[in-house]
Ligand binder design. Structure first.
Ligand code: PAF
Length: 277
């Protein structure tokens, strides 16, 4: 596995890769969810590139960039074990050179859900992902379904800006009790960790109601809300039943839906979602 930092090194190493190149962008502190994306990329591509960059531009003003967990030696060992070909660790100066002023702003898809709670977040995500795509020039790029709005934003950006690549979405990886894997789970104390699977239970309850014929968006939102309110340690930030592409809230489901939610356990904010086909 080759590890590079500068843009020149990345370009030289990228040019030496043969065949279909798969790319997994990350902010590090890797877990089994990231490795499942690497494995998917390895199945589908001749070479796999991973980036690790904690992107300051996607942290909202109230979020603490310095508190974001980091462990590069552990990440590199996990990527080596997973058979990655090339790892790029760009510096902030490469991604945001002095005087930087070129941003990618998607107009409406970034407004609801996570975008509503985390001002500026998707402007930072879209801009950094576009820069990573430009530099790595992959044929396929891999993202987790867990960050459903991020997937929708990046798919829209790829269409709008004609990036010549395919977005592949990997399924959410879960603990045995249903809790979606996330770097944030490590902040949960024992009681919060025991309570956190209520997110998945709420989504499953709504999924079951949909399977039984419920098509009213408000009925599904209210079912998820009530399920979570049974858990005293959980504090709901939002529950949503939205159009899977536009992310606008639905009154009636006619062409599928994205069920998503954000819930606090103490200071830890967790998100999860399922797609209704
Ligand atoms: O999902 C993430 O880890 C980040 O948002 C991404 C896509 C690497 C951009 O910084």
């Amino acid at each position: 596995m080759k590890t590079v930092t500068t843009l020149a090194e990345l370009r030289a190493a990228r040019a030496a890769l043969d065949g279909t190149v798969g790319f997994v962008p990350t902010m590090g502190y890797l877990h089994a969810g990231h490795i499942s994306l690497v494995q998917l990329a390895k199945q589908q591509c001749g070479a796999v590139v991973v980036s690790i960059f904690v992107n300051p531009a996607q942290f909202a003003p109230n979020e603490d960039l310095s508190a974001y967990p980091r462990d590069i030696p552990r990440d590199l060992q996990m990527l080596e074990d997973a058979g990655v070909d090339l790892v790029w660790l760009p510096t902030p100066e490469v991604m945001y050179p002095p005087g930087f002023q070129t941003w990618i702003d998607l107009e409406t898809i970034t407004q609801p859900l996570e975008g509503g709670m985390r001002p500026g977040h998707f402007r930072g995500v879209a801009t950094v992902v576009a820069k990573l795509f430009n530099a790595v020039a992959p044929h396929k790029a891999y993202f987790g379904q867990k960050d459903a709005q991020q997937v929708a934003v990046i798919q829209r950006m790829v269409l709008d800006l004609n990036f010549p690549l395919e977005i592949v979405v990997g399924p959410t990886q879960r603990e045995a009790d249903g809790l979606a894997l996330s770097s944030r789970n490590k902040y949960l104390n024992e009681a919060e960790r025991a309570a956190a699977p209520v997110l998945h239970r709420a989504l499953q309850a709504a999924q079951a109601a949909y399977a039984a014929g419920e098509r009213n968006g408000e009925a599904l939102r209210s079912l998820m809300q009530r399920t979570i309110e049974h858990e005293p340690l959980a504090r709901v930030q939002y529950v949503s039943c939205a159009h899977p592409l536009t992310l606008q809230e639905l009154d009636t489901i006619t062409e599928g839906a994205l069920l998503s939610l954000a819930v606090y356990f103490g200071k830890t904010r967790l998100i999860d979602n399922v797609i209704l086909d």
